[in-house]
Design a protein around this ligand. Structure first.
Ligand SMILES: C[S@@+](CC[C@H](N)C(=O)[O-])C[C@H]1O[C@@H](n2cnc3c(N)ncnc32)[C@H](O)[C@@H]1O
Length: 276
């Protein structure tokens, strides 16, 4: 940035940003707002593949988990194609949720999947977890639910583009209704990549599992002060809920996926549920 914007402003520039396909998403502090075009030009100079720079002007919010975006520089567009683990994801960033920061998680889960498994992805977005799993495992079927019709439209396109049709099955609707109506007792494994609804929807995840039980990948946000363990706090919360539902369980693994704010963490727990 040196020589591009005043020296006293440089420290106010956020040093992290997302690159999704050929679009960069930056965040701006008040002081940097006036220099956003210059910041964008530097990003496009460093990353030759970046054709568009957008600014995120608010938090990820609403039922569809969308970020408010504002055009800053380059081509005026919000649709792009992102490459990850040998898969292609077409996405409209203004209309669908997408985070490149979950890339490690997607492959981690894919590597746990055994041949012939039936999987339910309760909050599938444009299909990223499901398609990475289909490409990197011998899963039989991955039922992929999302309530956002535009995300499901992109998921359908992505399924064809990645040649996983018939194995990744997009379904539009509310995960709890879809599970109650058509997917109860079908799954060996259930993914819950929506922290805001994870605890509330946990009973439906257990309902989707076969009678012999199976795995749930549970994502949540947890607050932890210094000296507190966010994984322990999340486990205690989930254990209370599972005991209330009357299941035997084993939390086999947990990890902090990322820090989301001061003392806030996104965590994942891999839980084996014994139903009978
Ligand atoms: C945090 S995003 C995760 C998307 C995707 N798994 C990914 O990693 O890109 C959560 C998704 O859940 C969807 N969603 C919200 N409430 C839902 C519900 N009740 N049933 C199904 N999907 C829902 C949103 O539309 C959003 O696409």
């Amino acid at each position: 940035m040196k020589g591009t914007i005043p020296d006293h402003i440089i420290n106010d520039v956020y040093n992290s940003y997302d690159i999704i396909g050929d679009i960069a998403i930056i965040k701006l502090t008040k002081t940097v707002e006036a220099y956003k075009e210059q910041v964008a030009e530097v990003i496009m100079k460093i990353h030759k593949n970046v054709k568009t720079v957008l600014a995120q002007t608010g938090p990820v919010e609403g039922e569809y988990r969308l970020r408010k975006l504002e055009y800053v520089a380059g081509e005026a567009k919000t649709v792009t194609i992102h490459k990850e683990h040998g898969c292609l994801f077409s996405v409209d960033l203004a209309e669908c949720y997408f985070s490149p920061r979950l890339s490690y998680e997607r492959l981690r889960i894919a590597k746990l999947v055994k041949t012939g498994e039936v999987i339910v992805n309760m909050f599938a977005g444009v299909g990223c977890f499901s398609i990475v799993i289909a490409k990197h495992s011998e899963a039989k079927e991955i039922y992929s639910i999302d309530i956002n019709p535009i995300a499901v439209e992109f998921m359908r396109k992505n399924v064809v583009m990645n040649k996983v049709d018939g194995r990744v099955i997009p379904i539009e609707g509310d995960a709890k209704e879809v599970i109650v109506n058509v997917l109860s007792k079908r799954a060996d494994r259930v993914l819950m990549p929506l922290p805001e609804k994870a605890l509330q929807y946990l009973p439906y995840a257990t309902l989707a599992l076969r009678d012999r039980g199976g795995y749930i990948h549970y994502y949540d946000f947890e607050h932890a002060r210094k000296g507190e363990d966010p994984l322990k706090k999340a486990s205690t919360k989930v254990e209370g809920r599972l005991r209330g539902l009357g299941f035997e369980y084993n939390i086999c693994f947990g990890r902090i996926v990322r820090t989301t704010g001061p003392n806030w963490y996104q965590i994942v727990l891999d839980i084996f549920i014994q139903k009978t």
